[in-house]
Ligand binder design. Structure first.
Ligand SMILES: NC(=O)c1ccc[n+]([C@@H]2O[C@H](COP(=O)([O-])OP(=O)(O)OC[C@H]3O[C@@H](n4cnc5c(N)ncnc54)[C@H](O)[C@@H]3O)[C@@H](O)[C@H]2O)c1
Length: 310
């Protein structure tokens, strides 16, 4: 298949692109490099430096004729969304609508959309199913939820098939400190630099951490499965930020006392995703336990640290 990946130079996107290539798919990346890096894209892949809101994107659709669009490009930072809601909406909502228009016009067989557990907002400390009520706590969660609704209505009115993947907190090599899973990247960077990491609030907030290679696999499975479905992509496990720091410092054999800062607006207290539907329909299951994923990620950051660019 020919796949157009928006945001393919980013953290998750670059892993998706690697797996697509491995599976023999022809892949084209569109990325404005606002947070992505050109060198994260494998050299054999065509990398088009372009904003998804650019009118020139239509020429890319006309020329490349993708079978499937994997849409990851987004404004990904919760705090930025609260400070600049119109910027967040422009990137996440209008950007998605523009892509949907091109998908319809150029007969794309499916759009696979990267959504988030932030669409659920605050829930009880329980395993969240896809059918739970949506009460986002940030404009980022709201813009992703609104995009989901546009995607569903585009399918109904304009026959653009979709698969929506709602990720838990993604972590792994090449992650920056921005975005939702950024706590692991931030902690590794700080500790390797000999600095104390920050914890916002009491550190008892829990997260469901999912390894980036498992997320890439979910995207590849969605090429042929789960049409017009919405799927949680998480491990259905909960780890508090305090537990996470303990795991990371013991992995690195160091002792660190964190600096406590006030809780941040828009931060969710508990988040854990039920992944039964993804297992049943997509045949997806996470294969990396947190301890294994952390160890792989640490090896990556040690390499970056040795090169002096952390
Ligand atoms: N990282 C997580 O924990 C997580 C969790 C849930 C959902 N997501 C979603 O997954 C997707 C990828 O996130 P990520 O963590 O890899 O972030 P990232 O910032 O590393 O990747 C986003 C990529 O999109 C590009 N981009 C941003 N705006 C663009 C635009 N207007 N036009 C073209 N390119 C643009 C950036 O340059 C970057 O390469 C996002 O949609 C995000 O909302 C991420």
């Amino acid at each position: 298949m020919k796949i157009l990946v928006t945001g393919g130079a980013g953290f998750i996107g670059s892993h998706v692109v690697e797996l697509l290539i491995k599976n023999g798919h022809e892949t084209v990346v569109v990325d404005n490099l606002s947070s992505g890096k050109k060198d994260a894209v494998p050299s054999q892949v065509q990398m088009i430096e372009m904003d998804i809101n650019s009118q020139k994107l239509e020429e890319v659709f006309a020329r490349e004729k993708p079978d499937v669009v994997i849409h990851l490009a987004a404004q990904v930072d919760v705090a930025t969304s609260i400070l600049y809601p119109s910027h967040d909406a422009e990137q996440n909502i209008l950007g998605t609508i523009r892509l949907l228009n091109y998908c319809q016009k150029h007969h794309v067989q499916k759009i696979i959309f990267s959504s988030t557990c932030a669409v659920y907002g605050e829930t009880a400390d329980c395993s969240i199913k896809e059918s739970f009520a949506m009460k986002p706590l940030s404009f980022y969660g709201l813009s992703k939820y609104t995009s989901e609704r546009y995607i569903q209505l585009f399918q109904r009115l304009n026959q653009v098939p979709f698969t929506i993947l709602r990720y838990a907190n993604v972590y792994g090599p090449r992650q920056t400190s921005l975005g939702e899973g950024g706590v692991i990247s931030t902690f590794f960077r700080k500790i390797l630099n000999g600095e104390a990491p920050f914890i916002y609030g009491n550190g008892e907030q829990t997260r469901d951490f999912v390894y980036v290679k498992d997320v890439a696999l979910a995207n590849v499975l969605a090429l042929t499965k789960g049409t017009n479905g919405i799927f949680n992509i998480g491990c259905n496990t909960k780890t508090s930020v305090n537990e996470l720091l303990t795991m990371m410092t013991s992995l690195m054999a160091v002792h660190m006392t964190p600096i406590i800062r006030p809780a941040r607006e828009g931060d969710i207290q508990h988040s854990r995703l039920d992944n039964t539907k993804a297992a049943t329909v997509l045949g997806w299951q996470p294969s990396y336990e947190l301890s294994v994923g952390l160890s792989d990620t640490l090896n990556y950051y040690k390499g970056v640290f040795r090169n002096g660019s952390i």
